[in-house]
Design a protein around this ligand. Sequence first.
Ligand code: GMT
Length: 375
Amino acid sequence: MRIAIVCYPTFGGSGVLATELGKALADKGHQVHFITYQPPVRLSEFNANIFYHEVRVPNYPLFDYPPYETALASTMVDVIVNNNIDLLHVHYAIPHASAAYMAKKILEKQGKILPVITTLHGTDITLVGKDKTFAPVVTFSINESDAITAVSQNLRDETYNNFKIEKEIKVIQNFVDVKRFRKKPIDAFRRVIAPHNEKVILHASNFRKLKRVTDVVKVFAEIIKKVPSKLLFVGDGPERPAAESLARELGIYDETRFVGRQEQIEEVLAISDLFILPSDYESFGLAALEAMAAGVPVISSNAGGLPEVNIEGETGYLADVGDVETMGIRAIELLSDEDKLDRFKARAAAHARLFDIETIVPRYEALYNRFLQNI
Ligand code: GMT
């Protein structure tokens, strides 16, 4: 198959998922064309079946707001015609689904039928999409997609609850390449981070308000009273200064390390004992799944699709959003009992295997095939 994929090329979960999907499809012999405004972050290795097409938005003095969506739709048409693309798969509805609709209509005029699949990822529905400014276009373009998928049951329900969707939304949960996350810890790295064999607590995100990074600091402040430990922050974003100043205020800054964005997150996970994700909402929580694949249990909020990923009392613990006290108690319970921690680590890894790339990617292929047979 020749598949075009549109996504955000940044560190966000939707872009990561779309890129990993494209790579997996290319490994299976499909030709994959990424259409984005810069190369996707996880697209670092050469693969003969992968093509990258940059969306260029010309600068013109009249444009206070460069018309990205128009440029994207035009690039889609160009790539689809010139590479004989069979199917367009867009990740994150805004503005990708409406640009796809435009491209589909243009191509129809030229006699080409283009199946469009839209995968909903989270904030395109729950935060941004719900906004009155976007809602009519989001509703329309989702309904005009030939197939709609959501990354969790919760996101599917949220979409039906918030928009008038007339079509079936198929749940295809996010996946992880389990093999990639089965890493042995690099001893020298662990010694640098935790020189006295302290426990390593990890949080990784884009540090947006919704991630509640200051809650991570508060939970850690409880943990460190009982368990010698270090806190590692991976990623960057607007709430980092707030997290840093709270850590200073609580006198735990020296036990905390901000390592910025990391492409090799598996190396960091390999030295970690516990992952904390206290978000206001996660449609799924891909970062938690990646942690579990590396055998790292998760303390998370019970918001959105997180209970579909992190299983209470098995792969970690869940608490209400903002309940840092319970999160702290559960974390201490786990970290101060080696046998229990080992059991949780093993179960986290086992549960992550249910979301293995080899199980989930064929579900996308089956969906693609359904449309290609109809042309
Ligand atoms: O919130 C993020 O980290 C970014 C965001 C995105 O769209 O890139 O992530 C969303 O998609 C991920 C992949 O499907 C999910 O794992 C995240 O839970 C989801 N984020 C939210 O729902 C807030």
